[in-house]
Design a protein around this ligand. Structure first.
Ligand code: SF4
Length: 495
């Protein structure tokens, strides 16, 4: 992350580095606007109060903001005007606090992209596979949704189940049963497992995090695991919790610990308005400047609807107003890599997809296995990489497009792949009238296609291979894991 963010004509210091180097009034400006907007977004009665008496409502929150420092964030026309002014470099007349907040907002968006880029593995098999999954997600989920996915390399559950029990849980967390206790033996397994993942995946493992269908704060030893992760990988992982208000002092200590390890952004899921009030009472705005409060409460604005994945799918009718429409892409999964449960010593290879009857949790699972030692884990992970992550399209691989793609010919010589969200064109492809039906059939191997095209249409084999490799690298071929029953049937037929 750069040390400064360009905003208009001025450089605004980054809030992602050492906050001690940022002027206090800068941190306060951003923290206060952020706090105001949290109440504005999640609390309709606060919005009503503000409309009736803005100055008194701001003061009631204990903030020193003026109305003109807030309007550009809550009025659509004013917000558009600010965006235009920033683009044109003419935002110098806006209050400094407004420009500081916008710079911070932009920095957060950039941060997600930086993480996605830095989370690339140095293992060429994993890197190629992950790149295909990222591109597939753009075609299947749409650019907006795909842009929100960091495709983290790994997630580690430190419990079995979750005590929060949200009705909308996108990964259907079961009731909390057990936590991964920290002692000499488990810390050896934990540190050894992280080291194995670092050896196999590379430095990118530092972009993993320690929760999934769990809440980190269910584990009383979470802070120990966090500190070990930082020691082994060199990075403090993001904490996302819906339990930030349960024990304010513990949360405060955790935020300080994370800050001492240079954490960037943490997140509180706000399940109820009461929780938001408790957090606002418990913490000064500056203490939460780098903690995103994610609106999950019933009263939140419409744009914070729940994904149609996991447990929420059971409420698709009853709570339709709080959920994404059926046709919108729905998943909360953001890992393209390895999902661990340390209680069960289990690891799965996963990647995001739309929630569906076949994949209700919004991610594909390619493989899973159990381990009792770092050595067993290494063997397990290396086996999954070998089985599921080819770098190249092989001669004997069947060329079958993803089912969400329509293959078409345009203008006689253009090969077009169209999904609900994007269109990709390969120009000047010879003998398309032969190629397209082959692709639509989805039964030809790459080698058969190349040979047939050379024999019947005079297209050199290497030309067909280059094209098919390009299509494969863009994640357009069908790599969806087959149902276990189909694999058993295929293996039985082979015998
Ligand atoms: S959404 Fe998070 S906090 Fe809520 S039940 Fe699922 S895992 Fe637990």
């Amino acid at each position: 992350m750069s040390a400064a963010v360009e905003a208009g004509v001025q450089h605004i210091p980054s809030l992602f580095g050492d906050l001690n180097t940022v002027p206090q009034d800068h941190v306060r400006d951003v923290a206060e606007i952020k706090r105001f907007l949290e109440r504005w977004t999640m609390d309709p009665s606060f919005r009503q109060a503000y409309e009736a008496n803005p100055a008194a409502t701001i003061a009631g929150l204990g903030l020193s903001l003026r109305i003109e420092e807030i309007t550009p964030f809550i009025d659509d026309d004013e917000a558009r005007a600010l965006t235009e002014a920033i683009k044109a470099g003419t935002d110098g007349h806006y209050p400094l606090s407004v420009r500081r907040y916008r710079a911070f907002y932009r920095e957060k968006r950039q941060h997600r992209r930086v993480i996605r880029r830095n989370a690339q593995s140095s293992n060429p098999h994993i890197a190629a596979w992950r790149s295909r999954q990222i591109q597939r997600c753009i075609g299947q989920l749409g650019m907006n949704k795909a842009d929100a996915l960091v495709h983290a390399p790994a997630a580690f559950e430190l419990a079995r189940g979750c005590s929060v029990g949200c009705w909308f849980c996108g990964v259907s967390a079961p009731r909390l049963e057990l936590t991964f206790h920290y002692d000499d033996a488990t810390s050896r397994l934990w540190r050894g497992s992280l080291q194995v993942m670092r050896d196999v995946m590379g430095d990118c493992i530092k972009h993993g995090f320690l929760y999934w269908a769990t809440d980190p704060l269910d584990n009383p030893d979470y802070e120990h695991f966090l500190a070990d992760f930082h020691e082994v990988t060199g990075r403090c992982p993001q904490t996302t919790t819906a339990m930030g208000a349960r024990d304010i002092e513990r949360t405060r200590r955790l935020l300080r610990l994370a800050s001492s390890m240079d954490s960037e952004i943490d997140r509180f899921s706000i399940i109820t308005l009461r929780m938001l009030h408790q957090l606002h009472e418990g913490f000064a705005p500056e203490e939460l400047v780098r903690v995103e409060c994610v609106p999950q409460n019933r009263e939140s604005a419409d744009r914070y609807r729940k994904a149609n994945a996991g447990r929420a799918r059971q409420y698709a009718t009853r709570r339709a107003k709080e959920m994404m429409p059926e046709e919108t892409s729905s998943t909360i999964a953001c890992v393209s890599g390895f999902l661990f449960n340390m209680v069960d010593r289990q690891v799965c290879l996963v990647t995001p997809c739309n929630g569906s009857d076949r994949w209700p949790l919004g991610f594909w699972t390619y493989d899973e296995g159990h381990f009792d030692s770092p050595e067993e884990l290494r063997e397990l992970i290396e086996g999954m990489v070998e089985r599921h992550m080819p770098i190249h399209l092989g001669c004997d691989d069947v060329v079958r497009c993803r089912p969400d793609i329509n293959v078409e010919i345009a203008g006689g010589t253009d090969l077009v792949f169209r999904t609900k969200w994007i269109r990709t064109t390969f120009r000047n492809v010879p003998a398309l009238e032969q190629l397209v039906p082959m692709m639509q059939e989805g039964t030809w191997t790459a080698g058969e296609m190349a040979l047939t095209r050379e024999n019947e249409s005079g297209v050199p084999m290497e030309q067909t291979f280059l094209l098919l490799t390009d299509i494969f690298n863009r994640g357009m071929l069908d790599e969806e894991p087959r149902p276990a029953s189909a694999i058993v049937e295929r293996e039985a037929a082979a015998v």
